[in-house]
Design a binder for this molecule. Structure first.
Ligand SMILES: Nc1ncnc2c1ncn2[C@@H]1O[C@H](COP(=O)(O)OP(=O)(O)OP(=O)(O)O)[C@@H](O)[C@H]1O
Ligand SMILES: [Mg+2]
Length: 305
């Protein structure tokens, strides 16, 4: 959790103390509530330890976030492996900021080198790799396509044509075994800056709402999908005809989830309350899917729907 409101929203309250240990892979939580009283020999409250691959704190920079997440994912997508980043957390904890950087109004004042989010950093890296690969081997081309959509009240909407107000059906699996929103706009992007311009325009159509915790709280889950398709043109010896062969294709999904919040946080209108319930239900389903996928006992059923 990196947002400036982290103290208010639950990483550390007067009842709960969260410490990031020096190795930056472990956090310790001391929770002296009545239900979990757990006292060690010297009568202090026992610290519960949780281990992660990497822990970032509210002092971590946008570059730190990129270094431990995006940098590795870009390399893998070019090897043909799909990747996914999920920004999950309490409302106003900084998910949208982490992915996209400052809001439009604050962009002019911020230094992009410091404030740019994970998505623009990823795009710059992706296009640098594309250029390097194409220069090293002229028979290779790398096409990058961008799709941006949101899941709002359990329906999928294309953020590149939000004005239609039409939801999209999910179809699949396609040739690559993937599921996709049918009829979605697929932008072929040629430069990182151009990709960010279209992305920011799409993100402005996303459903947001002013809530108690956040002036611009995201009320939908936004998915930024980048398809990287590498093709290599090879000459077929016998015919001397150029033969196009698809080499590799993989997708990177960057997901900005709507914030989890209490009914009280959301209680502004009936719609906000209904949105809050759908958000909590979908985050709960996501939690069950992640738990099933990471279950080392090999539970078979993954509750995707
Ligand atoms: N690391 C940061 N540095 C500076 N400002 C930040 C940082 N993280 C978040 N903010 C600011 O805090 C506010 C809340 O952040 P943000 O909208 O990203 O939260 P969120 O987790 O997306 O919330 P929600 O779930 O309600 O959409 C915004 O005004 C954002 O600009
Ligand atoms: Mg948000």
């Amino acid at each position: 959790m990196r947002g400036p409101h982290a103290q208010k929203t639950g990483t550390s309250t007067e009842h709960e103390k969260v410490t990031v240990h020096d190795n930056r892979t472990t956090i310790g939580v001391v929770r002296p509530s009545k239900e979990t009283i757990d006292v060690s020999e010297d009568n202090s409250f026992k610290e519960k330890l949780y281990s992660f691959d990497k822990v970032l704190t509210e002092e971590s920079t946008q570059q730190d976030v990129y270094d431990v997440t995006g940098a590795d994912l870009v390399g893998r997508v070019f090897q043909g492996v799909n990747g996914c980043v999920l920004c999950y957390g309490h409302t106003s904890s900084g998910k949208t900021y982490t992915l996209l950087g400052p809001e439009q109004a604050a962009r002019g004042k911020a230094d992009p080198a410091v404030s740019e989010g994970l998505v623009p950093r990823t795009l710059v890296h992706m296009f640098a790799v594309k250029e390097r690969l194409e220069q090293a081997d002229p028979s290779r081309t790398v096409d990058i396509h961008m799709l941006v959509y949101e899941v709002y009240m359990e329906k999928v909407y294309d953020l590149f044509s939000a004005s239609t107000g039409k939801s999209l059906d999910i179809r699949g699996p396609d040739k690559r075994g993937s599921f996709y929103p049918h009829g979605i706009t697929n932008h072929y992007v040629v430069r990182a800056e151009a990709a960010m311009t279209v992305l920011r325009a799409a993100a402005r159509s996303r459903r947001e709402q002013r809530t108690k915790r956040n002036q611009r709280s995201s009320r939908s889950h936004m998915i930024i999908q980048m398809d990287v398709i590498q093709t290599k043109t090879v000459q077929w010896e016998a015919s001397k005809q150029p033969l196009v062969r698809q080499d590799r294709a993989a997708s990177l999904f960057m997901v900005d989830l709507a914030g989890s919040e209490t009914e009280d946080d959301a209680a502004l209108s009936d719609l906000t309350r209904a949105e809050g319930r759908k958000i909590r239900l979908s985050l709960y389903t996501l939690k069950r899917v992640v738990a099933a996928l990471s279950d080392r006992k090999g539970r078979k059923h993954v509750p995707y729907r």
